[in-house]
Design a protein around this ligand. Sequence first.
Ligand SMILES: [Zn+2]
Length: 280
Amino acid sequence: MAGNLRELKIIDHRLCKGDGTPYPFKACNNTGGLIEHKYLVIHYTAGPTAKSAINSFCSENGNASAHVVIDRNGEITQLVPFNRVAWHAGISSWDGLTGLNNYSIGIELVNAGRLEKVGDKWRAWFGKLYDPSDIIELIHKNETTVTGWQTYPQEQLEAALELSKLLVQEYHLLDVIGHEDIAPGRKSDPGPAFPMNNFRSTVMGRADDIDVQFITTTELNIRTGPGSEFPKIIETPLPSGTTVEIINSKGSWRFVDVLEKVNDAMDLQGWVHGRYLRRK
Ligand SMILES: [Zn+2]
């Protein structure tokens, strides 16, 4: 955990450090009236940098905004006071409510979102190419085929977690939801690379920490290196449905810690192909 984040507080709907110093605030005019607080909505920016997201949200004639943008290193910039409506949800509905902007605080995480494979790189919709080590191949919960998604760094997830806990507490929010939940089909953020189940249960006080658990979607060989040319660590594959935690990644391969006993082997660690893992 980033130590300084434990000291977050909210003063007059602005995010501050423990000593009362405000976090960076870039005033954004794309706002509405007062929120009737019910939910926290998580988004990705589908862009390359925090700066590009902030500039777009704060542009004169913009039609979108969010309360905060969290950079990949965990830096938080606030754009809209937490009691004012920001324009992050668009056409949306959840649990009998429509137009979730009026009922929610929106957090934007800097992330390229969905990517397309081009040669040995992955390309974002805005043209930037990403290394395979930044990408995880997963099936979106509202879809049926595997695609590439940019991963979320731990620093960013921890900042989001600390801020979310504070917001839920301060504004008595009922739940944490994704843009993909309130606008399915139209939106896919924060996407399958975001550990929503663990994040939600941690923020809502139902678990102790974020972990990054996945399950195997088929029988999967576990190897000594990131490639099918490397020898198997054990002769029998991991059964379909085995729980693992991702520790590292290289290309499409993931170095995993197997969290259950497989064929009498405990504490197995090794490389598996990432295509056959999905969020638990
Ligand atoms: Zn969104």
